[in-house]
Design a binder for this molecule. Structure first.
Ligand code: ADP
Ligand code: MG
Length: 257
């Protein structure tokens, strides 16, 4: 009994984001595009979620709403206990610059700037002092294994390395959530695996991660898969990992350790 009460309280405290009946309709002249048709979901701290679904099913729209880059037409969104619709422009900017780290399929790096400067930019926007920025940028670049590339420019790196820079940039503000929209979409499968190894490590270190992917083998890195279809959640399930690890680990448990 006591145990149940405390579990409920912990669940509430650990809920990072909560969407209720979120609808997003785009007006295109006389046409209306129903990108999200009533999505409700909760994601807790340190979850590792893959969002899947056919092209046009609303995955990017959902990520944009979660990342506060776009506002729902109706429905509510609360992030760490606070209603996003009630936040000031200043708070929203802080969320985009610091509390949520974005990773895109196309990397979105500044070509003429060094790796160091690319990773430093969100901290400059967030008003972090120069002396504080340097160690944080160096630490983020180290975490993605590119310490020896800080002075390089993006075009001197491979696709996989560029995506790692984008992950370092997402990490540098110490975000509560990393949102990655098809982070391996432009990479071959071996390089995709390397990127997923980086995300796996961040998750193991406590990071909350939500990623969009078309590939089952990528989604299998996550612990939970949400499938969208026509702007609605079609299914929300645990992956094999989410159900207790690799097939090997389950086999060992079944055999009595
Ligand atoms: P997905 O990422 O799953 O491919 P999206 O969320 O990008 O899907 O798009 C969902 C639907 O909303 C699509 O029909 C798309 O054309 C439409 N859409 C997305 N963004 C916009 C926009 N800015 N203006 C108009 N329609 C949009
Ligand atoms: Mg998309």
């Amino acid at each position: 009994m006591d145990r149940n009460v405390s579990t409920a309280r912990e669940t509430e405290a650990s809920t990072t984001l909560s969407l209720r009946d979120v609808v997003k309709t785009y007006e295109m002249g006389a046409d209306r595009v129903h990108a999200l048709r009533g999505v409700s979901l909760d994601i807790a701290r340190n979850e590792y979620v893959a969002v899947m679904g056919p092209s046009g099913s609303g995955k990017s729209t959902l990520m944009n709403v979660i990342g506060c880059l776009d506002v729902p037409t109706s429905g509510t969104y609360s992030l760490e206990g606070q209603m996003v619709a009630e936040m000031s422009e200043y708070q929203l900017a802080d969320i985009r610059n610091r509390r949520i780290g974005f990773v895109f399929q196309t990397f979105n790096l500044i070509p003429r700037a060094s790796i160091f400067h690319n990773v430093e930019l969100p901290l400059i926007y967030a008003g972090v002092s120069k002396t504080e920025r340097r160690p944080r940028v160096e630490r983020a670049i180290e975490r993605v294994g590119l310490a020896d590339r800080v002075k390089h420019k993006p075009n001197e790196l491979s696709g996989g390395q560029r995506q790692r820079v984008a992950i370092a940039r997402a990490l540098v503000g110490n975000p509560s959530i990393i949102l990655a929209d098809e982070p391996t979409g432009n990479l071959d499968s071996k390089t995709g695996d390397e990127i997923m190894a980086v995300l796996d490590e961040l998750h193991a270190a406590g990071q909350t991660i939500i990623l969009v992917t078309h590939e089952d083998y990528i989604a299998e890195h996550a612990l939970r898969v949400i499938r969208l279809r026509d702007g609605m959640i079609e299914s929300d399930t645990r992956t094999q990992r989410g159900n207790g690890g690799s097939p090997q680990a389950r086999h060992e448990r079944a055999a009595g350790e």
